[in-house]
Design a protein around this ligand. Structure first.
Ligand code: SAM
Ligand code: SF4
Ligand code: SF4
Length: 300
């Protein structure tokens, strides 16, 4: 991350904390909910199947930029399915950068060839060793590994959603992150139990065990893009929700924090690490702030 961006984020953080502001800094645009997979834990794929047009996404980017958002995520559905005429997801990333967003990340299932050097991070979902991953995400493990190896840049960060199926797979995913040169780090989330996937939810005790495992891997030098100072809040769901510094835009509708904000009772069971980390940072939790500065400088 550039020093100028860091200073800008720090000033934003200080004014948010001092004046209890609710302005957002992180925005996510859902480019489509269409997906080539139908993962066991996912409730947001193929609900409409619509790929949103370029003009609409561009105006959503402009709106978010005007609101002061400077960290942009593109998400789906599967982001690499996004197309409009001769434009693809890479063009959206390039456009976002030229518009002035300071960090631009893309979330993908990794089943398509990866040529996205302009993104700061490509968050690529990997949900365990080959057996568990394939159980959750169809038979995609080998394709994904091939696509990581042939990626044209080293800006990949693995993204694992920990649930009842893969809760013992943390070490396995950390090892892949360390071994492969195109991968910078791994970032974890806990399963957020939408009504149709409640059986995959982890108990507080199970989350605590996972956090201990992640901490152990951190101590052993594995590259992990999470903040351990937020773990106790994630285990017990004691962070403030929703996080007002994050917004999501899907088909012209803007929601605070995540599109999940409308699901009754879900925020109290939220497993998204970003929601906890950002909410705690902007509440002024000094431990999370210091760890965030260190971690972001290391991996972005
Ligand atoms: C919805 S997917 C969209 C991007 C892309 N298709 C992918 O799989 O990475 C974004 C991330 O959300 C995760 N995810 C999906 N449902 C979840 C849930 N209920 N709780 C936590 N993470 C979830 C996925 O595993 C993935 O890492
Ligand atoms: S690949 Fe992503 S969007 Fe598609 S079903 Fe899996 S988690 Fe959901
Ligand atoms: S806090 Fe609520 S809206 Fe935000 S990510 Fe978690 S469940 Fe979604």
């Amino acid at each position: 991350m550039k020093l100028s961006s860091l200073i800008r984020f720090s000033l934003f953080g200080i004014s948010t904390i001092l004046f209890h502001r609710k302005k957002a800094i992180l925005g996510t645009i859902i480019v489509t909910d269409q997906c080539n997979l139908s993962c066991k834990h996912c409730s947001v794929n193929n609900l409409t199947g619509v790929i949103h047009p370029y003009r609409q996404i561009k105006s959503e980017m402009e709106l978010l930029y005007q609101q002061g958002i400077r960290i942009l995520f593109f998400c789906g559905g599967e982001t690499f399915l996004w197309k409009d005429g001769d434009k693809n997801i890479r063009d959206l990333v390039i456009e976002a950068r030229s518009m002035g967003f300071l960090i631009v990340n893309v979330v993908t299932n990794g089943t398509f060839k990866i040529d996205l050097p302009e993104a700061d991070l490509i968050l690529l979902s990997l949900d365990g060793d080959k057996e568990k991953h394939n159980f959750i995400r169809d038979d995609t493990y080998d394709t994904i590994m091939g696509n990581i190896d042939s990626a044209t840049s080293d800006n990949i960060c693995l993204y694992m959603a920990i649930n009842q199926i893969n809760k013992n797979m943390i070490e396995s995913v950390c090892k892949v992150a360390k071994k492969k040169e195109k991968i910078r780090a791994v970032s974890f989330n806990f399963h957020t139990p939408y009504p149709d996937t409640e059986d995959l939810e982890l108990s507080s005790l199970e989350k605590e065990k996972c956090c201990k495992e992640i901490e152990r891997m951190m101590k052993e030098g594995y590259p992990i893009f999470n903040l351990k100072s937020a773990f106790s809040h994630l285990i017990n769901n004691t962070f403030p929700t929703p996080c007002y510094q994050c917004v999501v835009m899907e088909n012209g509708k803007q929601s605070i924090c995540g599109r999940c904000v409308d699901v009754p009772g879900l925020c109290e069971k939220c497993g998204y690490f970003f929601a906890a980390e950002y909410a705690l940072i902007f509440k002024g939790n000094i431990y999370v702030i210091l760890e965030m500065l260190k971690t972001y400088l290391r991996y972005i």
